[in-house]
Write a protein that binds this ligand. Structure first.
Ligand SMILES: [Zn+2]
Length: 341
C-alpha cells in the first residue's frame, strides 16, 4: 500500500467516525463507533501493520496521520458523551425549590371518640376513673348479675347477638360495673365508655352497634342527691351553664329506685322546638340507686354500702351537640363529614 492510499483511508475512517459520533444519540451508538474504529479489531487498528510496509521516508508522515486520525476520533467521542449527558440532564424534571411542599392530610379523631374523651375528662374532674371491658360477654355479666329478669325481652335472641358457645355481644356497658365491683374494694367511682350491640333495624336513630357511657359510684352514705348533683354538673359542663335537668320515675332491673333523666332542650333552651317535640326537654339517660341485689351479686353488703349508676348513649349526645340528625353518618366514614370535627 502506498502512502497516498493509506492517508486517504485514514481520512475516510476518521471523517466517517466523526460524522457518526455527531449524530449519536445514545451510549450504545457512541460505544459502537469506538469499537469499529479504535477497538482491537477496529479499522484504524487494522491499518497499522500497513505502516511497516512503507518506504522509510514515508513512515514519519504515516505516523503523524495515524495520530491525527486517532486524536480526531477521540475528541469526537468525548464531545458526543458530553452532549448526551447534557441532554439527559435537560430532559429530567426540573426541581423548583421555591414551590410549597406537599400537604399530607392529618388524621383526626372521630366525633364519637371526641365525645368519649370529653365525657371522661368531665367525670375525671369529679373523681371518676375511666375503665373498659370486653365486648364479648357471658350471659351472667350482661344480664344475670345486673338483675335482669329471666323473661326480660332484651335476653331474646331477636334482640341480642348470641354466639354458638352461648356468649353474646354485650348489649350495654353495665357488665364493666360488675367486673369492677368484683375486682375492687369500695369505694368505687368509675365511668365505662364503649361499644354495645343490639339487633335492630338501622334507621336515623338506631344502629346495630352504638356507644354508651355508664357511671357507677359505690360508697357509704351515697344518696339520690349525689346522683342529681353529679348529672347536673356533667350536663352543664358538656352542654353549657344554662342546661337544667329533671328526673322522672322509671324502672330498670339494675337500679331501685330508677329515674329517667331529662336535660332542658339544648336547641331551643326549653321553649319548645322540633328536636324536643315542643316539650322543652330531651330524654338523655337512665339512672338510679344501685339495686341491693346487684350489690350482693358483686359481693358487697347493701346494709353498709349504697351507690348510684347512670348510663347514656354517646351517639345521641354527639348528635345533639353538633346538630346531626342521622346517626348512620357516624359509620359511613365519609371524610367530608369527618373533616368537620
Ligand atoms: Zn327544643
Amino acid at each position: 500500500m502506498m502512502l497516498e492510499e493509506l492517508l486517504q483511508q485514514l481520512q475516510a475512517i476518521s471523517s466517517d467516525a466523526v460524522a457518526s459520533l455527531n449524530a449519536a444519540d445514545s451510549d450504545a451508538a457512541i460505544e459502537a463507533v469506538k469499537n469499529r474504529t479504535l477497538g482491537r479489531s477496529g479499522a484504524i487498528t487494522a491499518l497499522s501493520p500497513q505502516m511497516g510496509q512503507l518506504p522509510k521516508e514515508d513512515k514519519r508522515a504515516a505516523g503523524l496521520a495515524f495520530n491525527e486520525a486517532k486524536t480526531a476520533i477521540q475528541k469526537a467521542l468525548n464531545d458526543a458523551k458530553a452532549k448526551l449527558a447534557a441532554s439527559e440532564a435537560a430532559s429530567a424534571p426540573a426541581v423548583d425549590v421555591t414551590l410549597p411542599g406537599r400537604a399530607w392530610p392529618i388524621g383526626r379523631k372521630h366525633p364519637i371518640s371526641q365525645t368519649i374523651d370529653e365525657c371522661c375528662d368531665i367525670f375525671r374532674r369529679m373523681g371518676f376513673i375511666a375503665v373498659s371491658g370486653p365486648e364479648l360477654e357471658t350471659v351472667w355479666y350482661n344480664f344475670d348479675a345486673l338483675n335482669a329478669p329471666l323473661n326480660h325481652p332484651s335476653r331474646d335472641p331477636q334482640d341480642t347477638f348470641y354466639l354458638p358457645d352461648g356468649r353474646l355481644l354485650r348489649t350495654q356497658t353495665s357488665p364493666v360495673q360488675i367486673r369492677t365491683m368484683l375486682g375492687n374494694k369500695p369505694p368505687v367511682r368509675i365511668v365505662s365508655p364503649g361499644r354495645c350491640y343490639r339487633r335492630d333495624t338501622p334507621d336515623a336513630t338506631h344502629g346495630v352497634h352504638f356507644h354508651q357511657l355508664e357511671g357507677l359510684y359505690i360508697d357509704k352514705n351515697v344518696s339520690m342527691a349525689d346522683l342529681r348533683s353529679t348529672i347536673l354538673k356533667f350536663a352543664t359542663e358538656f352542654f353549657g351553664p344554662d342546661v337544667r335537668i329533671r328526673m322522672r320515675p322509671s324502672f330498670f332491673p339494675f337500679t331501685e329506685p330508677s329515674v329517667e333523666c331529662d336535660f332542658s332542650c339544648v336547641c331551643c333552651g326549653g321553649k319548645g322546638c322540633r328536636v324536643c317535640k315542643n316539650s322543652g326537654w330531651l330524654e338523655i339517660m337512665g339512672a338510679g340507686m344501685v339495686n341491693p341485689a346487684v350489690l350482693r351479686n358483686a359481693g358487697y353488703d347493701p346494709e353498709e354500702l349504697q351507690g348510684f349508676a347512670f348510663g347514656f348513649g354517646l351517639e345521641r349526645l354527639t348528635m345533639l351537640k353538633h346538630r346531626i340528625n342521622d346517626l348512620r353518618i357516624f359509620s359511613d366514614n365519609d371524610l367530608r363529614f369527618l373533616k368537620q370535627f
